[in-house]
Design a protein around this ligand. Structure first.
Ligand code: NAD
Length: 545
């Protein structure tokens, strides 16, 4: 038995590669894109380390070219979900007893495999399957995914080292036990890194998972699962079950062994899972931990002292990168009247140069939204704004799903602060702006605070630093990630732990030790060196005088 007291140092963030024409990474990804574009793969379930094919088949298509099929996948039914739960429970004891340094070593190996050998494979799958351009895929399915794995080893070191004091005659310690039961990891389409992390954070702390991947991110997610296995993850520690969320959620939540849910996705889905857990609460062996990061209506608040050009750039990048499908994407902006003409011009200049289209053309800054229901929902909201007397489309507004699910970057000017698209999450490249009178600062801050149920990300722009502090205080609970003079997107693991409260989630901060703590249930142990035999209190002794 290795008896070292081991700690993993805080790593450096994985460098973002530039993909310049002719660079090794560009040559590798171009070749991989070509190869994957010509291939149709079959995606099985992976339960207890074994591939399972149900014959109930679905398709994975390219969002930017929806007739192009990338994969056929097998869907889990109730039987397979139960098999996954059983496999996770079977693997639980041995994995929980595996030294944490060995668990960390497997995860760190997965990080190195993705940083090297499989970087092009997973980035290309993310580009084709989730319609991310090269840069957006690199920062997600390579860098952030790797950072989560590496930082978590350092955070686990800190947690295991957190020990109580010992006192004369006694030894005290804290044992950080994995939860009793399996973890249901329900993952979203928009970040491959999150899909990995929702499994691997509990797994690092000794838990086993049933992984319900998003149907529209299956290609990259399947390759990530294969890397976990190559890195040495034992059978049954993560069980990969694509299929209908309603079936998987229902069966997994009905199990008395549900130890927790690690979720990222929409508010409605998380609330549905929470309600199911509530209904089943008397069936569980332990109270399931519910950790969920959900929707947002993320804002930019502009003070009259702001640099209009910086605001225009932040609004443009914050709202339109990855077609606005980041949970942190800027989707509403409050701009003072005095700055609005300059801010609008800055956004118009940028949008005039933007190309929207296929990920294979590196000139396209914006690609497709994920699928038809999402496209229809966004197009409906844009059309509603076009028809409404309370709004005006000042940039974009065109939608076309004939080849891919393309939506031009769109800016809606809301004439009323509670216009529908100021309040509801859209998850597309649409920014709604409300222009306020410069004198109405307090009124507008109050409006921002009370307009949407969410509290995920937000930013303030202003050259007057004192005013920025004032605004930050007024908006204290509006965002779990708050930015001063920056766009509200782009949190980096280890630098800005991520998560929001209100309707945006349980704010357990992905990319921090706070999140790891949710996947352990600690046991405080006191050992008395010489056990006492006397039972009387001191004052009970007879006075000998
Ligand atoms: P979604 O809620 O549609 O799906 C998320 C996952 O839940 C998918 O795997 C889906 O198949 C599954 N699911 C759906 N119904 C289910 C059910 N009844 N039982 C169990 N699982 C079920 O979300 P999405 O479209 O994949 O992702 C977009 C949403 O995610 C947006 O609202 C976005 O804001 C949010 N998001 C939040 C964060 C964050 O950190 N706060 C990060 C990324 C995405």
């Amino acid at each position: 038995m290795n008896n070292s007291i081991f700690s993993f140092p805080v790593p450096a963030n994985e460098p973002v590669k530039g993909y310049l024409p002719g660079s090794p990474e560009r040559i590798a990804i171009d070749a991989e894109l070509k190869r994957q574009s010509k291939t149709v793969i079959e995606i099985p379930l992976i339960i207890g380390g074994k591939e399972i094919k149900t014959g109930n088949i679905g398709q994975v298509v390219e969002p930017h070219n929806h007739k192009h099929v990338l994969a056929h996948y097998h869907k889990a039914g109730e039987k397979e979900v139960q098999m996954a739960v059983d496999a996770a429970m079977k693997a639980h004891k041995a994995w929980a007893e595996t030294p944490w340094t060995t668990r960390a070593a497997i995860l760190l190996k997965a990080a190195d495999l993705i940083a090297g050998k499989y970087r092009a494979l997973i980035n290309a799958a993310c580009m084709l399957g989730q319609s991310k351009n090269m840069f957006q895929a690199e920062i997600d399915s390579a860098c952030e995914l790797i950072d989560f794995l590496r930082y978590n080893a350092a955070y686990a070191s800190e947690i295991y080292a957190m020990q109580p004091k010992c006192a004369p005659g006694q030894i005290n310690s804290m044992e950080y036990r994995p939860l009793e039961g399996f973890i249901l990891a329900v993952t979203p389409f928009n970040f491959t890194s999150i899909a990995s992390n929702l499994n691997m954070t509990p797994v690092l702390m000794g838990n086993t998972t049933v992984w319900k991947p998003s149907t529209t991110a299956l290609l990259s997610n399947y390759y990530v699962m294969k890397v976990f296995m190559e890195a040495g993850l034992p059978a049954g520690v993560v069980n990969f079950v694509p299929g209908p969320g309603s079936v998987i959620g229902k069966v997994a939540c009905a199990s008395p062994d549900l130890g927790g849910i690690h979720f990222t996705g929409s508010t409605g889905t998380f609330q549905g899972l929470w309600k199911t857990v509530g209904v089943n609460i008397d069936k569980y062996k332990t109270y399931p931990r519910l950790v969920g990061e959900t929707g947002g209506k993320d804002f930019i608040f502009v003070h009259k002292s702001a640099d209009a050009e910086a605001v225009a750039n932040a609004a443009f990048c914050g709202a339109f990168e990855f077609a606005g499908q980041k949970c942190s994407a800027a989707s509403r902006m409050y701009c003072p009247k005095s700055l609005w003409p300059k801010v609008l011009k800055g956004m118009k200049d940028r949008c005039a140069k933007v190309k929207v289209g296929d990920v294979l053309d590196p000139e396209n800054f914006v690609n497709a939204v994920i699928d038809e229901p999402s496209f229809d929902n966004i197009a409906k909201a844009i059309n509603y704004a076009k028809r409404s007397k309370d709004a005006e489309i000042v940039i974009g507004g065109q939608c076309d799903k004939s080849v891919g699910y393309f939506i031009q970057p769109t800016v809606i000017l809301a004439k009323k602060p509670h216009f529908k698209t100021m309040e509801e999450e859209l998850f597309g490249p649409v920014l709604t702006v409300y222009v306020y009178e410069d004198k109405d600062l307090d009124k507008t801050l109050e409006l921002l605070d009370t307009t949407s149920p969410y509290g995920l990300t937000g930013s303030v722009f202003g050259q007057d630093r004192i005013a920025c502090d004032y605004i930050a205080d007024k908006l204290r609970y509006c965002a779990g990630n708050f930015y001063i003079n920056d766009k509200p997107t782009g949190a980096v693991v280890g630098l800005q732990p991520f998560g929001g409260s209100r309707a945006s989630g349980t704010n357990d901060k992905a990319g921090s030790s706070f999140n790891l703590m949710r996947w352990v249930t600690s046991r405080a142990i006191k050992e008395t060196l010489v056990s006492p035999t006397a039972w009387k209190y001191s004052y009970m002794k007879k006075d000998t005088k």
